[in-house]
Design a protein around this ligand. Structure first.
Ligand SMILES: C[S@@+](CC[C@H](N)C(=O)[O-])C[C@H]1O[C@@H](n2cnc3c(N)ncnc32)[C@H](O)[C@@H]1O
Length: 312
């Protein structure tokens, strides 16, 4: 019986205004938009008993949702914390004021202060505009926290010190990085990219916040989750992606949405967690996934020790 809490990732849309190099858009299929009616159904499924955090992101760009303002209003008065991940291009004063206090943390993804690197990584986006929007967010947001998610790609590492300095000099101090570059179920060539070990070292050297534990509410929750699930994959089991069509997904890394396990109109969050616990490795999703060899027992102990603040 599942009695642990996890995070959910809710995809308002799989549509995106960017063509980032690390995101295999071609695998996403026809871009979809979650209607406000469907989102109301999602919200009915969300409770603080099952979830400690809901991230609005998925594979698209939430700010491109045609009813963005209406969707934001629906977040008010819900029992869990909502965070949002965005590329920042469509944040303006009106939107930032609307988000303030409704979203817990607004996370802007950013690759580099160098325009050439930025445009190579964040293809289709306007570097100057995104930087201006970040500064605007930093000055306008009073209740919502602003954080930056730095892209863990090798192309960004050379300019990382300058990128970090720009943020710190501008008063933006919550800088984070993921120690995993997901190959999105085999869709990305990660051969040339930094390993998790190297990224962890970079995170430490530059005193960045590691996103590694952002999906883990407590060690107890991870242990219960580990025991309950037949597939021993902590990243998968710590998160539930709810797609823009309202499907609960087998794994958030299933970018092609090959393996839905239920629809929000039919099954509760707790029921779908129990259903997922019984699933076995889906070779089509897992075989080429870069996360599958991570978080085996020794890795779990190491990450657990880090969580408790021990030196490892
Ligand atoms: C898929 S995006 C969706 C939200 C929004 N469009 C954005 O760009 O932030 C969510 C986050 O995943 C990150 N991301 C995308 N592809 C990735 C990959 N292959 N490995 C690790 N992180 C990745 C992005 O940098 C971003 O911070």
């Amino acid at each position: 019986m599942s009695n642990y809490r996890i995070a959910a990732n809710v995809e308002w849309t799989s549509k995106c205004n960017a063509r980032c190099v690390m995101c295999p858009r071609d695998k996403v299929g026809r871009p979809r938009i979650m209607s406000p009616e469907l989102f109301r159904e999602v919200l009915k499924r969300i409770s603080g008993q099952d979830l400690f955090r809901v991230v609005i992101a998925g594979y698209g760009e939430p700010t491109t949702h045609p009813q963005f303002e209406e969707m934001v209003e629906l977040l008010r008065g819900n029992p869990v914390q909502f965070d949002m991940v965005t590329n920042g291009q469509l944040l303006d004063e009106g939107r930032l004021r609307r988000l303030d206090g409704v979203i817990g943390t607004l996370i802007v993804s950013f690759s580099s202060i160098d325009p050439d690197v930025y445009h190579r990584v964040h293809v289709n986006l306007n570097h100057d505009l995104v930087m201006a929007n970040i500064l605007l967010a930093n000055s306008l947001l009073k209740k919502t926290k602003l954080a930056i998610s730095l892209t863990p790609l090798s192309d960004c590492l050379e300019t990382l010190p300058q990128t970090i300095s720009w943020f710190r000099e501008s008063g933006v101090s919550a800088l984070s990085m993921s120690p995993s570059l997901y190959d999105r179920a085999g869709a990305l060539d990660t051969e040339e990219e930094p390993t998790t070990e190297r990224l962890r070292q970079i995170i430490k050297d530059y005193k960045l916040h590691s996103q590694e534990l952002d999906f883990i509410p407590s060690i107890g929750d991870v242990l219960k989750q580990w025991m309950a699930n037949r597939v021993k994959c902590v990243p998968r089991n710590s998160d539930m992606l709810i797609s823009s069509t309202g499907q609960y997904m087998y794994c958030f890394n299933d970018i092609s949405h090959r393996h839905p396990i239920g629809h929000v109109s039919e099954i509760s969050f707790r029921e779908v967690l129990m259903k997922r616990e019984k699933t076995v490795v889906d070779h089509a999703v897992c075989d080429d996934c870069s996360l599958k060899d991570r978080y085996h027992f020794p890795e779990m102990v190491k990450v657990g020790a880090k969580y408790l603040g021990w030196q490892v």
